[in-house]
Design a protein around this ligand. Structure first.
Ligand code: NAP
Length: 259
């Protein structure tokens, strides 16, 4: 269904400058591949910039103007430098899809604060660092879209994923507050909450991942949701409904079944 209006919908991205963080693999790469096909300016960032170069170079007949930036979102200076280079090339950023993220399974046996630092610094502070750069110009222009990629796992503490869930809960709550505040400045904050998507991140998981979709399909949901300027883009529907139900369960019942 999402693809039916795709050609019409994608027109909103035309002639815009779009930043995608975490564009080397997975969801970020899939969004980038779809946007390469339209006239727009694309800023693609990740630590492994060579991986971005690789898929961009494999794309035939691209229409987008590209800037690839090696960038570590956990490093404020690296973020500031990448932003500066983007502004030097394109003048401004209209749409920022803040997608960089990491996940790691943490058990009581391998519990370590380094994993917590890595996950929080990437998934939460990495978004904050980018917003710090983007905001002044967006406020001045009274326009812009900031779209952090959170997760449907922001609703409860899932076993073995405590740091990840905590980072995404922090991100979703932060984004909600920001969306209310920035509305009066003409800036839209769109929180993206995917269910399971097949990417290198989920390829590591040993547990069952119901209703998993492809990265390409997730990119369709995200592009179409941004076009419609939804406050929250969440998908796929069965996982959204499942997450809502799980979120409503009484704590004692959740603990009983979560094992
Ligand atoms: N896959 C799912 O089921 C799922 C579900 C819900 C939410 N999400 C969220 O979707 C986003 C994308 O994940 P994915 O599934 O596409 O996983 P992925 O393929 O592993 O992609 C993660 C991306 O984040 C980048 N990244 C990681 N650490 C970074 C850092 N310090 N600085 C800059 N970039 C960094 C990676 O690039 P480099 O390593 O090259 O830097 C990579 O491009 C994440 O925020 C994830 O939490 C995924």
């Amino acid at each position: 269904m999402v693809c039916i209006n795709y050609v019409v919908l994608i027109m909103t991205f035309k002639n815009k400058t779009i930043l995608i963080t975490g564009a080397s693999t997975g969801i970020g790469k899939a969004i980038g591949e779809k946007l390469l096909d339209i006239n727009c300016n694309l800023i693609l960032t990740a630590r492994r910039d060579e991986k971005i170069e690789e898929w961009v170079n494999n794309f035939q007949n691209r229409k987008a103007e590209i800037l690839i930036q090696k960038n570590d979102v956990t490093n404020k200076v690296s973020v500031a430098e990448s932003y500066l280079k983007a502004i030097e090339k394109f003048g401004n950023v209209d749409i920022a899809i803040l997608n960089s993220g990491v996940g790691e399974s943490i058990t009581p046996q391998n519990f370590n604060s380094e994993a917590a630092e890595k996950i929080m610094n990437t998934n939460f502070l990495g978004v904050v660092y980018w917003i710090e750069q983007l905001l002044p110009a967006m406020i001045e222009r009274q326009s812009g879209i900031i779209a952090p990629v959170s997760s449907l796992a922001d609703n409860r503490g899932y076993s073995g994923s405590g740091f990840y869930c905590a980072s995404k809960a922090a991100l979703s709550i932060f984004a909600e507050g920001l969306s209310v505040y920035l509305k009066k400045f003409g800036i839209k904050v769109i929180t993206i909450k995917p269910g399971f998507v097949k990417t290198p991140m989920t390829d590591k998981n040993k547990f069952k991942m119901p209703f998993m979709i492809s990265a390409e399909k997730s990119a369709d949901f995200i592009i179409s949701g941004i076009e419609k300027e939804k406050a929250i883009i969440q998908f796929p529907l069965p996982t959204v409904l499942g997450a809502k139900i799980i979120g409503l369960l009484p704590n004692w019942f959740y603990r009983l079944i979560a094992k």
